[in-house]
Design a protein around this ligand. Structure first.
Ligand code: MF3
Ligand code: CO
Ligand code: CO
Length: 254
């Protein structure tokens, strides 16, 4: 496989898919409160994507994934499966939304705080979001994927956090996951050169403790081996002649 360059018509469809994915995260915000179950959040997102957006929730049945969204709480790193457990005050949760509209994918995630959360959880969330934005700042024609990874790793490690290595960002388009693998660690100037028309996600996972992961017996849920808190943010990015365009930008980020 190799990295595809999207044409104008594909880019228009990716803009639409990205916007829809971002709008699901905006829609779900008021529902993320103490007492709600992640299955309820899954159902609300599923119905919104299918009925309001006339789109498809990409995770559902993707390689056997059983739900329409990923919900990863506290020490879950990513790919958490919605269930009947209730969220409680002080929890942190990543909700990861991927929609398919007119055959193209938009993929984005953010952290939500359930009621008041601890200062150390807040700090983790802030630094993780900064990692994503610093990674995005590197995206321009002529830069390399190593530049993105380096910027992210440097920021996380300078706060004595660790970067998960087993999961990466990815090219995205007609397929959920395409080339390249976008690493969240690396060295400046290494890796492939970034070109106009590429579209890929950046989605750093940052742990308070060590970087090591464990995948639960369900085959999906990835947790920190030391059960330290983990956070993640994700955007879908288009490379433009000037730099980049975030296809999944939310109102709150404008
Ligand atoms: N949305 C995730 C990503 O950012 C992938 C989830 S795969 C699933 O790449 F099957 F769990 F949905
Ligand atoms: Co992704
Ligand atoms: Co995602």
């Amino acid at each position: 496989m190799s990295i595809t360059i999207k044409n104008e018509s594909e880019i228009s469809k990716m803009r639409i898919a990205g916007k829809l994915a971002a709008e699901v995260l905006e829609m779900i915000e008021p529902f993320v409160i103490p007492g709600v179950t992640t299955n309820e959040l899954d159902q609300i997102c599923h119905d919104y994507i299918v009925n309001e957006q006339q789109a498809i929730p990409a995770p559902l049945n993707y390689r056997g994934f059983p739900k329409s969204i990923c919900t990863s709480t506290n020490y879950t790193i990513c790919h958490g499966i919605p269930n009947d457990k209730r969220l409680k005050k002080g929890d942190i949760i990543n909700i990861d939304i991927t929609v398919i509209k007119n055959d193209y994918h938009g993929d984005t995630s953010k952290m939500f705080c359930v009621g008041d959360i601890s200062q150390h959880a807040k700090r983790l969330i802030n630094i993780t979001q900064e990692c994503l934005m610093l990674g995005i700042e590197q995206v321009k024609p002529g830069a390399t994927f190593g530049d993105i990874g380096h910027a992210i790793q440097k920021h996380a490690e300078s706060h004595r956090y660790s970067i998960v290595r087993e999961f990466c960002g990815h090219g995205i388009g007609k397929n959920f996951h395409e080339d390249p693998h976008v690493m969240h660690f690396g060295k400046t100037g290494e890796g492939e050169v970034i070109e106009v028309g590429m579209i890929f996600t950046i989605e750093p996972m940052v742990n308070i403790g060590k970087r090591h992961i464990k995948v639960l017996k369900d085959g999906w849920t990835a947790i920190t081996k030391d059960r330290s808190l983990s956070a993640q943010f994700e955007h879908t990015i288009l490379v433009t002649p000037e730099g980049n365009e975030i296809l999944t930008l939310r109102q709150e980020e404008r």
